[in-house]
Ligand binder design. Structure first.
Ligand SMILES: [Zn+2]
Length: 376
């Protein structure tokens, strides 16, 4: 594959995603960066349309719906699907989602992790490598699918970020810029619109606010299952209340998953589920998350779970997937698994990184002697 060439050096584009400084004396600098970023981003998006990948093969004639649900800041050890003692994911358990153990995040912030996991970029490569790599949208579009990225998140700053650049690879993208979507479940009408698209083959990626702070705004307070809630800023309230609020957010995510399964369960459909990174819940005095903390299990390990409809089970070997679920993997397998399990073939797709391959490569345990610090 020929890689895309940019008119800017990597160092020059490092400021993409830079926030807007509200200090009045910075006003000229702000507008300068904003303008530069807008132009650079447009150029990058334009360049990304020109990936030369000419060996995509897709021969499946049956309708196929591929769904990727990407939540935010969700730790697997707070999901009952993974054995958590609170019933936070009753629907995912009910529908038989297959949980993969020990998936390591590409990075521990949204802006870095999301572009990495949506493209063929590998964990550990320079952050900006994603700009030169095709995304799942690039591949599925070339295979003839209708592709969409819908997000409950606003674009993170006034500038475009890696995830808005990648989202532009899709035929359709939506970000919650006007805050029309209050709860993640309000993405369902957008999902339904895409599901009605006339192309029988679809890739739909859904990005949630999920379990990102501010937890109490992620669910209707009257629906709170666990109380008392964290009523103050995340850094102030008792850990027990913090965890109650956090766990309630997962119920909203689980309800969204239920609604999506119900819409596609009679079709040839597959759902992949993951989070961009985890979250500190008071361990060692730490809360929330930040970039570059991959040596902390609380933020560095993410859930990854898959679900196949009865029709989809005819196209994949569930035994192979079950044999792979206990292997230690990273976000890197998402790009290769989603594409190859859908029946797409290309030299860009590495089968050793696919859950549908008997040869899924396992990586060493990075937390072999890890002892979680006690919550303060
Ligand atoms: Zn995030």
């Amino acid at each position: 594959m020929k890689t895309v060439k940019y008119g800017y050096s990597k160092n020059d584009i490092i400021n993409v995603g830079r926030g807007f400084d509200i200090m009045p004396e910075k006003i000229y600098e702000n507008f300068y960066h904003l303008f530069r970023n807008k132009i650079k981003t447009k150029y990058m998006i334009y360049q990304r349309k020109n990936f030369e990948i000419n060996d995509i093969v897709y021969n499946n004639t049956e309708e196929q719906i591929v769904i990727f649900i990407l939540t935010d800041a969700l730790r697997p050890d707070h999901m009952s699907l993974y054995g958590y003692n609170r019933e936070t994911t009753p629907y995912m358990k009910h529908y038989g989602f297959i949980p993969f153990n020990d998936m390591y995040a590409c990075e521990t912030s949204t802006t870095r992790s999301v572009p990495c996991l949506l493209t063929s970029m590998n964990r550990g490569e320079n952050f900006l490598t994603y700009l030169e790599k095709p995304s799942i949208f690039t591949i599925f579009r070339k295979a003839g699918f209708y592709t969409a990225f819908i997000s409950a998140q606003s674009s993170i700053s006034t500038s475009d970020t890696g995830q808005t650049i990648i989202a532009d690879d899709a035929d359709y993208s939506f970000f919650n810029i006007n805050f029309d979507v209050q709860y993640d479940t309000e993405l369902l009408p957008y999902f339904d619109n895409i599901l009605n698209n006339s192309n029988p083959n679809k890739l739909i990626a859904i990005q949630l606010n999920g379990s990102h702070w501010d937890y109490n705004t992620r669910f209707k307070l009257e629906d709170a299952e666990w109380k008392p809630l964290c009523e103050n800023f995340a850094l102030d309230c008792p850990v027990e209340n913090l965890v109650n609020s956090y766990d309630n957010t997962i119920l909203t995510t689980d309800t969204l998953v239920k609604n999506i399964v119900e819409r596609v369960k009679d079709k040839n459909a597959v759902i992949y589920f993951s989070s961009d990174h985890g979250q500190f819940l008071g361990e060692g005095g730490l809360r929330l998350h930040a970039q570059g903390r991959m040596n902390f299990k609380e933020v560095g390990v993410v859930p990854f779970a898959v679900w196949y409809s009865d029709k989809a089970k005819k196209h994949v070997n569930i035994n192979t997937i079950m044999n792979n679920k206990d292997k230690i993997t990273t976000h890197d397998i998402i790009f290769h698994s989603i594409t190859s399990c859908a029946g797409i073939e290309s030299s860009i797709i590495d089968k050793k990184l696919s859950i549908c391959s008997e040869n899924l490569k396992e990586i060493p345990n990075e937390f072999i002697n890890y002892i979680s610090k006690k919550a303060e």
